[in-house]
Design a protein around this ligand. Structure first.
Ligand code: GLV
Length: 327
């Protein structure tokens, strides 16, 4: 087995992935849990052939330009790759790869958790237990809303969106979606297509965001979009925080126009608008969509497979990213 290629690993991975990296490459690691400042990563990349990064390593145009000449591949352990300037990498002849498919089911599970947590007031309910404030069972206490029979709108019916839809059908929800084009029949599975995003909004009792962060989707959930949702709707975001205008969402949650929100991702995370912490109708989690032992191991292995394909085999990545939408 070739051991000549050197790979810099930006963050510690699940143990089986680390062992496989040591088996396949000469490895270099940044110390501790990270994330590390970019200059540290760039300095340690000197003499390396490949980088294994995550969504916390922001490789913008300037960072890509500053990478040492030997870097041939950047494998990100994530499906999203908006943290990497793919075009700048392409111009330097660097292949960028991601980890699609393996995280679909775990992320869809988490999306249902957000939907349930928001609909059933899980934040307020859990606080009663955590703070020892539970007085009595109450016929009128902590009333949420049914998901059964409600309309689920999905922005971005790709792999994860379709897995969310499958689960939601089992909950008795009616599925609607908006993509730039209708999804193939095996993906849409009878869901109602809305060619206009505005029409999806009007048809969504629960709106789930499953679109990638792109120039077209950033800020797409603004005051106008929120006003088009039916009163009492729920917003769920397990995609990227920058799809949402925080001021507009917080205003809609405060006014009662929205019943609740379930959020796993935030603009500028891990810092988030502190008002989200205070709002009782925000069920928030710290970006754990793919965080299961099985899925994170599979994601790590997928990133390693891509490095192996490019650096040790025929040079052809298994999951090269393209500049189209990621779902
Ligand atoms: C997580 O958000 C990912 O892009 O994999």
């Amino acid at each position: 087995m070739s051991r000549c290629a050197t790979v810099l690993i930006a963050r510690p991975l699940p143990a089986p992935c680390e062992a496989r990296l040591d088996d396949l490459f000469l490895t270099r690691r940044l110390p501790g849990e990270g994330p590390h400042p970019l200059p540290e990563l760039l300095a340690r990349a000197e003499g390396c052939d490949g980088l294994l990064v995550t969504l916390t390593e922001k490789l913008d145009r300037a960072a890509i330009a500053a990478l040492p000449a030997g870097i041939r591949v950047i494998a990100t352990m994530s499906v999203g790759f908006e943290h990497i300037d793919v075009e700048a990498a392409r111009l330097r002849g660097i292949t960028v790869t991601n980890t699609p498919d393996v995280l679909t089911e775990a992320t869809a599970d988490l999306t249902l958790l957000l939907m349930l947590g928001a609909a059933r007031r899980a934040k307020e309910a859990a606080a009663l237990i955590a703070e020892d404030r539970w007085g009595t069972w109450s016929p009128t206490g902590l009333l949420g809303v049914d998901l059964w029979r409600r309309r689920l709108g999905i922005l971005g019916l790709g792999r994860i969106g379709a897995a969310v839809a499958r689960r939601a059908r089992a909950f008795g929800m009616e599925i609607h979606y908006h993509n730039r084009r209708p999804a193939p029949a095996e993906t849409s599975a009878g869901a109602t297509y809305h060619a206009r995003f505005e029409d999806l909004l009007a048809a969504s009792d629960v709106l789930v965001l499953n679109a990638a962060s792109t120039p077209e989707t950033r800020g797409i959930i603004d005051a106008r979009a929120l006003a088009l949702l039916p009163r009492g709707a729920i917003l769920v975001n397990s995609a990227r925080g920058d799809l949402v205008d925080d001021d507009a969402l917080i205003a809609a949650l405060e006014s009662g126009h929205l019943f609740a929100a379930g959020l796993d991702v935030f603009r500028g995370e891990p810092k988030l608008d502190p008002r989200y912490r205070d709002l009782p109708n925000v069920f928030a989690l710290p970006h754990i969509g793919s965080a299961t032992i099985e899925t994170r191991t599979a994601m790590g292995m997928c990133a390693v497979d891509n490095l192996d394909a490019v650096l040790n085999r025929d040079g052809l990545a298994l999951n090269p990213v393209t500049l189209g939408p990621v779902t």
